[in-house]
Design a protein around this ligand. Structure first.
Ligand SMILES: O=C(O)CCC(=O)C(=O)O
Length: 266
């Protein structure tokens, strides 16, 4: 296991496909985020319909699967526009930033699911572009024991599309990228304190183990792109596209204006 991690610089990010921002959000802000997380988890708990071998079952909703909270909860959209996060992104992918998606991944103690090795870009068949990335904000302290994210450094180089196979396991995705043993051995854990975040390229192979600890592991992923290089079919995309910083060609591209000044004005 390779435990060396890169700092938050553009050259590290380009070389290794990810970087880490330490001491980003302060404890007061994290306390506020923690309270909102509890409220969102309460609102989204309950049962959901699933089909197993063609038969309908009711299952408890998984807290790993709280998708797109930014669409209907202004708090999470506001967090996607957090200046410290956008400043870090701006250095890496440029001054114009579009929010594509977000997802709260909460792994409960002792039973949090693993997430198999995958590349984000391969999961989103209707999206392509050379400058798409994910911010993974730690809402709890995360380490290998509670199932922190792990990455395969440099696996994004050359923008490969790696074939997937079914895991036939109990992981969150049910399919995984076919990577070599050598790549597996090079995995780097992204251990973070609450309030720190990592940024990874959409082609980088990553995943996470199950939570074997007594502690919760919560993270918020926010996915961004540079609108100049982004290619997306809005008809197939399940959420609006939000411009969070900079400029785009209005109104040819239909973005929701979520830049902080626009939000303040409304
Ligand atoms: O939260 C995790 O462990 C994995 C998250 C992930 O796959 C992603 O951010 O793309």
């Amino acid at each position: 296991m390779n435990s060396t991690i890169c700092e938050s610089t553009r050259s590290d990010y380009e070389k290794r496909g990810f970087c880490i921002k330490r001491n980003a959000l302060d404890p007061e802000r994290m306390q506020e985020i923690g309270m909102e997380l509890e409220a969102t988890m309460d609102r989204r708990s309950g049962e959901t319909n699933v089909y197993v071998n063609g038969e309908l079952h009711q299952e408890k909703k998984r807290p790993e699967d709280m998708r797109e909270p930014h669409i209907d909860e202004p708090f999470w959209l506001g967090l996607c526009g957090e200046p410290k996060i956008l400043d870090a992104l701006e250095e890496l992918i440029g001054p114009n930033l579009v929010l594509l998606m977000s997802h709260l991944f909460v792994k409960p103690p002792k039973e949090g699911m693993s997430i198999a090795w995958h590349q984000d870009i391969v999961e989103w068949a209707h999206i392509s572009g050379s400058n798409i990335c994910t911010v993974w904000l730690a809402l709890d302290d995360v380490d290998l024991e509670n199932g922190c994210m792990q990455v395969i450094p440099e696996s994004h180089r050359g923008s490969p599309v790696i074939e997937k196979m079914e895991t036939k396991g109990t992981d969150y995705l049910g399919r995984e990228s076919m990577i070599s043993d050598e790549q597996r051995r090079s995995a780097a854990p992204i251990e973070l304190k609450a309030g720190e975040f990592s940024i990874h390229d959409a082609y980088l192979v990553h995943g996470s183990g199950s939570n074997t600890s007594q502690r919760r592991r919560a993270g918020y992923t926010m996915r961004y792109a540079d609108p100049e290089t982004l290619q997306i079919d809005p008809a197939q995309h399940w959420s609006p596209l939000y411009l969070v910083r900079g400029e785009v060609d209005w109104p040819a591209k239909s973005y929701v204006d979520a830049r902080p000044a626009a939000q303040g004005a409304s």
